[in-house]
Ligand binder design. Sequence first.
Ligand SMILES: CCCC/C=C/CC(=O)SCCNC(=O)CCNC(=O)[C@H](O)C(C)(C)COP(=O)(O)OP(=O)(O)OC[C@H]1O[C@@H](n2cnc3c(N)ncnc32)[C@H](O)[C@@H]1OP(=O)(O)O
Length: 392
Amino acid sequence: MAGAAGRVVRRWYPHVLRSSLQVPALQLHMSKTAMRASQKDFESALSQVKLLKDPGNEVKLKLYALYKQATEGPCNTPKPGVFDLINKAKWDAWNALGSLPKETARQNYVDLVSGLSSSSDSSSQVKPEADRKQPGYETLVVTSEDSITKIMMNRPAKKNAITTQMYNEIMLALKAASKDDSAITVLTGNGDYYSSGNDLSNFTDIPPEGIEEKAKSSAILLRDFVDCFIDFPKPLIAAVNGPAVGISVTILGLFDTVYASSRATFHTPFSHLGQSPEGCSSYTFPKIMGPAKAAEMLIFGKKLTAAEACAQGLVSEVFPDSTFQKEVWTRLKAYSKLPPNAMRISKQVIRNREKEKLHAINAEESRVLQERWLSDECTNAVMNFLTRKAKL
Ligand SMILES: CCCC/C=C/CC(=O)SCCNC(=O)CCNC(=O)[C@H](O)C(C)(C)COP(=O)(O)OP(=O)(O)OC[C@H]1O[C@@H](n2cnc3c(N)ncnc32)[C@H](O)[C@@H]1OP(=O)(O)O
């Protein structure tokens, strides 16, 4: 089966080998060590092989051929038909061993498994995150490993509040992730918060052209930012490690899966801040949870617990905080081994018909917010936070 290539398959057996439809040339290596593998060594290699990572079709064909040669001797079955590609590949591999003695085949099998075990041990050693970190980001830690690109917001002392720089870096990281060879992309936060939403000090950086110009450029930034999520082509997962506020909550409606720690909360206090919904939440939230529940969040700023958010369909699953990281990453590593093209296409099928609508909604929400940011209600709320008079 073509889809088996590159996956971590812990239970594959040479005698039921599934090979790729594309059969690579076989280059069998004779053992360099003494050819004295005992039956016990051979049996132990047979057990060991089941625990290895999937070594790819070429190696699996070698193992299959050596196994057959070691147990049955030279190839003795009729050649499969030309359209029976998989069985033909297996037959060719076995037949290529000619009259190799059973003992030699057994030794070669043992040697091959032993080589695979040592390389699989060294490749499974976890490198420290600092070594895997992609350079060029100041507000994020971006890593790619195990077919997963992880984008971690990294301003823990500021509860991962999203500055203009962080918006831009998240867009860059998403664009890079959409083109890299990862199968899935994950957004998460460092520290006790997932994110406290828009960094309210963004509003203090007024250009010489004045506050209107600031509102205009912020609306463009918001629109571009949300567009990146609407257009993201691969499965996008949020690992909500703690409380989430504002825009970090609203964009969750554009993710494919949302995992939350039991400590997470979901809060969109737009009215308190003199603002209005963004991130396409004016459309996705009523669709996800129904208009009445969405209104409580988006108009009245009702804060949901993780369990409530899960009951209302915003969150896919809640994990106990103590095991959140372990359980989520184990799950995601398994998902990342699924055939990437199939996942991408399934996402397209699910999302594509909504894309145009979402872009229009994003544009409209950004336009409305641009006006809101110039209102007294908004200015006062931001000033109150920045002068420490108010907190959520
Ligand atoms: C351009 C696109 C615009 C898109 C618009 C989006 C809309 C939104 O996202 S609305 C949501 C805006 N967010 C907030 O209103 C949250 C404000 N923060 C708080 O209310 C509190 O900080 C908290 C409840 C999140 C946490 O309270 P806690 O007592 O635990 O911690 P603090 O001491 O307050 O925070 C530590 C540190 O972090 C700073 N900080 C936290 N959140 C923000 C923020 N959103 N903007 C700016 N700064 C934030 C806080 O001021 C503290 O800083 P200092 O240690 O320097 O005092």
